[in-house]
Ligand binder design. Structure first.
Ligand code: GAL
Length: 343
């Protein structure tokens, strides 16, 4: 009996020890306790921007989906408040705190050379997004040990401009409402320091001329800094000054186009009947306006594709993979025919 008892006792101890061991192992796997932490620093040029808000939320969400039992991505997102000095401080802080990788949406693309040098000295990989640094800055740093440690992820703004030009050139009347063989237009520009603004302004018109085979008459070209209220004000002033002469309002983005739409409606004009209006980004509200006939068209600026590519590049860089210098994501033309797909 004594023997049986001692065997039983010994067996119970083994079982409880095994259970303990198992418990410890589960803790390490189930929680993030044993996971490696990767510190990701993200700088957005300003939080108060409709498109970049969609972009940064998707970036954060996608990073979260990539965390697992082995690795946790600790993402810190900073608001540059449209101030390069402030943003440079934020980047300096990330560097001092030894962040593993940075994702940078610069306030001023012209600041790229200085920022790249800092990151290069600290040997921290960088994914530039949305505001393309100059080709000269990109290639000058793509040498030696830092080659393959940084990249630009974005969309080719020339393509979005061309699509805007085509949205008007492909109309039955080519946008020439008064039939004088010329397109009278107003251009509302984003931040002029930004290549997106520069190329959209330039290529919308050159592509229009090529495809429509007509000349153009620029009535007004003003900077609205990507901002809805500014777009609305510029459109309102233009409608007061030029009235029925305006055939098209080209806006470098949708937020400004939505502002222009409000002014067009307030002036009693009707998109598709006596004026045309195009934007870029495919914000939900703009896509709805295209479906309702309140905007002529827009261009999808794929924030999902761009943010996912940026995250994938950042993770590759952390894992020591070499990055290609550029990663492009396509724009898509959004018309009343296909708009429902982009809602
Ligand atoms: C553009 C976008 C704009 C604005 C800008 C900021 O690509 O179309 O709406 O977000 O980036 O740099």
């Amino acid at each position: 009996m004594k023997k049986i008892l001692s065997v039983l006792l010994a067996a119970m101890m083994v079982v409880s020890l095994a259970a303990c061991g198992q418990k410890a192992a589960t803790g390490a796997q189930g929680g993030a306790a044993g996971a490696k932490t990767v510190k990701v620093g993200v700088c957005i040029y300003k939080f108060d921007d409709a498109f970049m808000t969609l972009y940064r939320n998707e970036l954060d969400k996608y990073f979260k989906s990539k965390s697992n039992a082995d690795v946790t991505y600790e993402v810190t997102i900073m608001d540059g408040k449209n101030d390069q000095a402030e943003q440079t401080n934020q980047i300096d802080n990330f560097i001092v705190q030894n962040y593993d990788v940075l994702i940078l949406n610069l306030v001023q693309s012209s600041g790229a050379a200085t920022i790249m040098q800092k990151c290069k000295d600290a040997n921290i990989p960088v994914v530039f997004i949305n505001r393309e640094p100059s080709e000269a800055d990109m290639s000058a740093n793509n040498t030696g040990d830092y080659a393959g440690k940084f990249t630009y992820v974005g969309a080719d703004a020339r393509q979005s401009g061309k699509f805007q030009g085509e949205l008007i050139a492909d109309l039955a009347n080519k946008g020439d409402l008064n039939g004088d063989g010329k397109l009278q237009y107003v251009m509302i520009e984003g931040d002029p320091e930004n290549v997106d603004a520069k190329y959209r302004t330039q290529f919308s018109i050159s592509q229009y001329k090529d495809k429509a085979g007509l000349e153009v008459d620029q009535l007004l070209d003003q900077v609205g800094m990507w901002d809805r209220a500014k777009g609305q004000q510029i459109a309102q002033d233009a409608l007061t000054q030029f009235g029925d002469q305006i055939e098209v309002i080209f806006c470098n983005n949708d937020d400004m186009a939505l502002g222009a739409k409000a002014s067009i409606e307030a002036a009693g004009r009707k998109v598709g009947e006596n004026i045309y209006l195009v934007g870029v980004d495919a914000l939900a509200e703009a896509v709805q306006a295209v479906m309702d006939g309140a905007m002529t068209g827009t261009v999808l600026n794929d924030h999902v594709g761009q943010s996912h590519t940026a995250v994938d590049c950042a993770i590759d860089a952390v894992n020591g993979k070499s990055l290609s210098l550029y990663n492009w994501v396509d724009y898509v033309k959004v018309t009343p025919e296909n708009a429902s797909q982009y809602k």
